[in-house]
Design a binder for this molecule. Structure first.
Ligand SMILES: [Ca+2]
Length: 254
C-alpha cells in the first residue's frame, strides 16, 4: 500500500511536469537573466533568432511568418485552462515589411469558423509595408477574421509610422469572453479595444509572438518584450548577483 502511494505521487509529479497534460495558471516573467524560464514553450524558435538581453526578450523576426490564415509566427507560450488577465510591454522596431507582433490565446483543439483545426484570439500590431504607406495599425482578431462582433480590424485614432513603436497590450479571459486593451506609446491609461465571445476549448496556449509576413528580402523587425504579466501571478526571477529566487516586488524596490 505504501508503495502504491509512492508510485502515485511519482506519477502525479511526472504528469505535472509534462506540458499540456496538466494545465495551470499562467506565470509572470520580467525576462531577466540570460536563460528563458522553463515554464515557456517556444514554437518556431528556429525561424526568428531571439535572446534575453538586459531584461528584455528580443526577437529578430524571421520571414514568411504570419498570424492570419495560419499561425506561423515565432511564439513564446504557456499552457492554461484557467481565466487570465495578461499584459505585456513591448517595443516594435520595423521597416519596409508586413510584420506581426502581439498577444495570442491559441486553441489547437477548436475548429475555427471555417471548420479548420485551430482557432485563436489575438491582439496584434500589424506593421504595414509600402502598399499601406509604411504605418502600423492595431487589430483584435480571431483566425482570418476581424469582422465578427467585438473584433477590430483597425483600432481608431492609432496609426504610428514605421520605425520604433512602444506600446502595451492586455487581454483578459473570463470563460468564453475575451476583452482587450492597449496603451499607445506604452503610457497612460488602458484604452479599450474590443470584447468578444469565442468558444475556445482548453487547453489554451497563451503568449507573445513575432513574425514578418513577407518573404526574404523584405525589410526587418525587431520586437523587444519587457515583460509578460498575469495579474494574479507575482513575477519570480533569478537575481544574477546572488543566484537567489526573488520576487518582482523585491526587484522593484531595489
Ligand atoms: Ca524586463
Amino acid at each position: 500500500m505504501k508503495n502504491l502511494l509512492g508510485w502515485g505521487i511519482v506519477i502525479a509529479i511526472a504528469l505535472a511536469l509534462v506540458p499540456g497534460v496538466y494545465a495551470q495558471a499562467l506565470l509572470s516573467d520580467e525576462f531577466t537573466g540570460t536563460d528563458l524560464a522553463s515554464f515557456w514553450q517556444v514554437r518556431n524558435g528556429d525561424l526568428s533568432p531571439w535572446s534575453l538581453k538586459d531584461g528584455w526578450l528580443v526577437i529578430e523576426a524571421g520571414y514568411n511568418q504570419n498570424v492570419w490564415a495560419d499561425d506561423t509566427a515565432t511564439r513564446f507560450y504557456q499552457i492554461t485552462d484557467q481565466d487570465f488577465d495578461v499584459e505585456t510591454s513591448m517595443i516594435v522596431n520595423y521597416l519596409d515589411a508586413s510584420t506581426v507582433a502581439g498577444i495570442i490565446a491559441y486553441s489547437a483543439t477548436t475548429q475555427d469558423h471555417k471548420a479548420r483545426d485551430g482557432q485563436w484570439v489575438t491582439l496584434k500590431l500589424w506593421g504595414r509595408g509600402a502598399a499601406q504607406d509604411n504605418n502600423a495599425v492595431l487589430q483584435y482578431q480571431r483566425r482570418e477574421d476581424d469582422g465578427a462582433p467585438g473584433y477590430v480590424g483597425t483600432q481608431p485614432d492609432y496609426n504610428p509610422p514605421q520605425g520604433i513603436i512602444p506600446l502595451e497590450m492586455r487581454i483578459k479571459r473570463t470563460g468564453n469572453e475575451y476583452e482587450s486593451w492597449f496603451k499607445p506609446e506604452a503610457q497612460g491609461d488602458w484604452v479599450p479595444v474590443g470584447k468578444v465571445t469565442n468558444e475556445l476549448q482548453d487547453p489554451l496556449e497563451v503568449g507573445i509572438y513575432a513574425g514578418i509576413a513577407d518573404g526574404p528580402g523584405a525589410g526587418m523587425m525587431t520586437v523587444s518584450y519587457d515583460y509578460f504579466k498575469e495579474a494574479s501571478s507575482p513575477v519570480t526571477a533569478v537575481d544574477p548577483k546572488h543566484r537567489l529566487t526573488v520576487t518582482w516586488s523585491a526587484l522593484k524596490s531595489e
